[in-house]
Design a protein around this ligand. Structure first.
Ligand SMILES: *Cc1c(COP(=O)(O)O)cnc(C)c1O
Length: 423
């Protein structure tokens, strides 16, 4: 039996109904934008392995930094100790984050980064003796799968079974073009009640919802309303961070900066699982007290893992190179050209581009569900043709590693064009 067949005996996969799922291809090797399975079939990783891998697979520079760290200091506890890599990384982040972000809290994944932000918003108010216990989030948002993050997420079939066990979150519509007023009105009505501790959002692009985009102008207005009513704003940049939107952070498009930011996914270039929640000085001071009970009693065993920090430092240096910045621009330009070409296709309903993200909505007769038949047909077609794309319902999106070659990117576009013929 090969790996693909042996896999199912013990492995339980994410978001998978195993009774109806086929055997999955077993990937044994990756280089740059390419992956190979055990039968030597080649795939273009057109979604950067769930958005984590902007600099390509098996990147030598990051691998060397990891190897050096593993053979110097692989790990040390961060409770009661610090280490050089965490210090360097926090200093590096200060250079690239919005200047109001002053404190760095480390964890392991996007969901924990969100949990920590939400907990801080609640405890900040608790410490001050204020009763703000609810959170505001967008409809169809995705913030992760642990309880706090799940409560903030609005993709209902992910969270349906846990209704009643979750933190109270009230949703407002996504302010897509033409719906801005409705969202601003909904937010203002909520914050006026003084019951809310925070508004959490995916800035400019809702990833898991299908790369749904909205403008920095309306987000600036939403943040201004929250500021006025002392509701903390949390930018969940787990997907958008580190260049995806064409700037280092989506928040770089804003005039009004968020109070907290959540980072993960591309933070270590898709190598070591790591996450960071960042805070303003004001939030930190809400915990800073002679009373030990006001401290943030949250931590993870692998907090600030030195190997993860070394990988993040190498990744950020790579992102800052001129070559990587021009890769981002080239992918963006190429998406714009493809958009011009494909937007009038009879089967295309809408298209959108931001940074290295391209999305198109396929015209359908009926509302296509998240894992519906058209989605599966498209997905299977892409995999058969050696292109990894995971449509969300009828939305096909590309979020490639920045180092994808022009030829590889053209193959991705051509495969999408061919797929439109079969649906
Ligand atoms: C992926 C994602 C998360 C969750 O991250 P995990 O590492 O999967 O827990 C949270 N927020 C956003 C915006 C994401 O895209």
């Amino acid at each position: 039996m090969n790996f693909s067949q042996r896999d199912k005996k013990h492995n339980w996969h994410p978001y998978t109904q195993h009774k109806t799922a086929p055997n999955f291809p077993a990937i044994v090797k990756g280089k740059d934008a390419l992956l190979w399975d055990e039968n030597d079939k080649e795939y273009i990783d057109a979604i950067a392995s769930w958005w984590v891998n902007p600099f390509g697979h098996s990147n030598k520079i990051i691998a060397d930094a990891i190897y050096e760290q593993l053979t110097t200091l692989e790990h040390v506890l961060f409770g009661g100790f610090t280490h050089n890599k965490a210090v360097e990384l926090s200093e590096k982040l200060m250079e690239i984050l919005p200047s109001n972000q002053q404190k760095i809290f480390y964890s392991d994944n996007g969901s924990t980064a969100v949990e920590i932000a939400v907990k801080c918003a609640l405890q900040y108010n608790y410490n001050k003796g204020e009763k703000r216990t609810k959170v505001i989030a967008f409809e169809d948002a995705f913030h992760g799968d642990t309880f706090g993050a799940m409560a903030a997420s609005g993709i209902t079939f992910f969270t349906e079974a846990f209704k009643g066990s979750l933190l109270e979150v009230v949703r407002i519509p996504i302010p897509t073009e033409g719906n801005e007023e409705q969202t601003l009105f909904a937010l203002e009505n909520l914050v006026k009640t003084n019951e809310f501790a925070a508004f959490i959002f995916e800035p400019l692009v809702l990833g898991a919802a299908g790369m749904i985009m909205y403008s920095p102008e309306v987000l600036d207005q939403l943040i201004a309303i929250c500021n006025q009513y002392k509701v903390f704003t949390i930018a969940d940049e787990v997907m958008t961070g580190f260049g995806k939107t064409g700037k280092t952070f989506a928040s770089d498009y804003l005039q009004n900066k968020p109070d907290m930011m959540c980072l993960s996914k591309a933070l270590t270039g898709g190598t070591i699982p790591m996450a960071i929640t960042t805070f303003t000085q004001e939030i930190f001071e809400g915990f800073y007290d002679d009373d030990v009970n006001k401290a943030l009693f949250h931590g993870h065993t692998f907090t600030a893992n030195p190997t993860g920090c070394a990988a993040a430092l190498a990744s950020i240096s790579l992102l800052q190179t001129e070559a990587m910045q021009s890769n981002i621009q080239e992918v963006h330009q190429s998406h714009i050209e493809f958009e011009q070409k494909i937007k009038n296709h009879p089967k295309v309903k809408t298209t959108r581009v931001l940074g290295v993200i391209f999305a198109l909505e396929v015209k359908t007769e009926t509302q296509e569900s998240y894992y519906g038949t058209m989605r599966n047909k498209l997905y299977n077609f892409f995999i058969e043709n050696g292109v990894i794309l995971r449509p969300v319902g009828n939305i096909v999106y590309i979020l490639p590693p920045y180092i994808i070659t022009p030829n590889q990117l053209q193959k991705v576009y051509q495969t999408i064009e061919k797929a439109l013929d079969i649906v």
